[in-house]
Write a protein that binds this ligand. Structure first.
Ligand code: PMP
Ligand code: G9A
Length: 405
């Protein structure tokens, strides 16, 4: 047999399987309650509307919808995204400043591809979305994590770090942030911190990548202004997705920002997939045009609010002393801290096998290898009943682990 190990490129050594993806196998094993992957509630997908639209698109516009399309995305879809952003108070100049991607995950990979040379510095949050870390790592940057607290990234630490890095001759390529209902903490950046972050970016002439899948799902009457809307210097690149506001199976995301960078992204994308699925773009464009998404978001928000509240209540009721957790205003996740002596990665298999409950160990979200006692809990996929039961089981597992360690 061919020695396959010998033929892999060096860069494959930098590729790491996602813990979130590996955990998906437990989701299909019926009796495990999954707080793992950030999956939407599948019962809420607007299946009938999507079925009707799909039939309509293929019968009326099939010749275009089943054909290749432009790399930047089909024009009507970019225009609909522009209108959608406008209504949501997300600043964007015009439809030409938007490129459609095959999920926002592709957007993150492309940004790594076009912006990172080996040794460049990328500033990320500590913790941050693990698949962003994995996507960037392939391009060999130095990833510098800045801690987050209840008000988001600690901009005082950020400012000192940026100054120090620049003094040392380092090349900072961008700051990657998920300012609203962050993955994995669930926490959001305060307005003051948002402004401070932009001041720092301006002072040191840095690009900011704002990854924003979750600001459409706020469960409190609070106003959150995206960084891109606060930015007056065209230095924020806005990344988002249809995965949570419609369906992840359509694999649609987008990036909005300065023309120069959108054009470069487009060239990089050409060699990745030529274009995003034309068919799903037509479907999502029509879903936007008919108001399906506008009607869908508030319905989903109601269900998710109830699920978040159920999880917070269950955590309060069942978790042993020494545990704490974030209280998100929206999104899909709650990060929980167990007592320090617990290693949530080591505890996971027992949790799945004996207690029939899964979560994502937090360590993979911390680029410095800390967070060994943390776990990310998704509350959108399980049912309300499963959330209550699952947190009860999880608490039992933690109690057992505390007694045995
Ligand atoms: N960014 C963040 C912060 C995410 O949480 C996710 C998915 N959970 C993605 C990007 C990728 O999503 P998709 O590729 O489905 O758009
Ligand atoms: O299924 C995935 O990998 C997307 C989910 C991301 C997450 O759980 O953060």
């Amino acid at each position: 047999m061919l020695n396959y190990e010998k033929i892999f490129a060096e860069r494959t050594r930098l590729m790491k399987a996602s813990e979130i993806r590996q955990l998906l196998k437990w989701v299909s094993k019926g009796n495990v309650i999954s707080f793992g992957g950030g999956m939407p509630d599948p019962k809420l997908f607007p299946k009938e509307e999507i079925a009707k639209i799909t039939y309509q698109i293929i019968s009326e516009q099939g010749e275009k919808a089943l054909q290749y399309g432009p790399t930047e995305g089909i024009e009507i879809f970019r225009k609909e995204i522009f209108n959608f952003m406008h209504k949501e108070n997300i600043k964007v100049k015009d439809a030409d400043h938007i490129i459609v991607t095959s999920g926002s995950q592709q957007g993150l990979d492309i940004l790594g591809r076009i912006l990172i040379d080996p040794g460049d510095v990328i500033i990320i949050e500590l913790p941050t979305y693990l698949a962003a870390i994995n996507a960037f790592k392939i391009y060999e940057p130095k990833l510098i994590g800045i801690p987050v607290d209840e008000e988001g990234i600690k901009t005082d630490i950020l400012e000192k770090k940026v100054a120090e890095l620049i003094r040392n001759g380092e090349k900072i390529k961008f700051i990657y942030t998920i300012p609203t209902c962050q993955n994995p903490t669930g926490l959001s950046m305060s307005l003051d911190r948002r402004k401070h972050l932009l001041e720092i970016a301006s002072k040191y002439d840095l690009l900011v990548v704002e990854d924003d899948p979750y600001s459409y799902f706020l469960y409190e009457p609070v106003k959150v202004t995206p960084l891109v809307t606060l930015d007056n210097e065209d230095r924020v690149l806005y990344v988002s997705t249809f995965s949570k506001i419609l369906s992840p199976g359509l694999r649609l995301g987008w990036i909005a920002g300065e023309k120069q960078i959108i054009e470069k992204i487009s060239i990089a994308k050409q060699s990745m997939d030529l274009c995003t699925s034309t068919l799903t773009q037509y479907i999502a464009a029509e879903a936007l045009r008919q108001g399906v998404i506008e009607r869908h978001i508030p319905k989903v928000r109601e269900v998710y609010r109830k699920k978040r509240d159920t999880m917070l209540k269950a955590l309060e009721e069942y978790m042993p002393e020494g545990c704490r957790w974030a209280r998100p205003i929206g999104g899909m996740f709650i990060l929980a801290w167990t007592p320090e002596k617990i290693d949530t990665k080591k505890m996971l298999l027992k949790c799945i096998k004996k207690y029939k409950v899964a979560y994502v160990p937090g360590q993979s979200f911390y680029v410095d290898g800390s967070g060994t006692n943390t776990m990310r809990l998704n509350f959108t996929y399980p049912t309300v009943e499963q959330i209550d039961k699952g947190i009860q089981y999880l608490s039992e597992a933690i109690k057992e682990e505390l007694q045995s360690s």
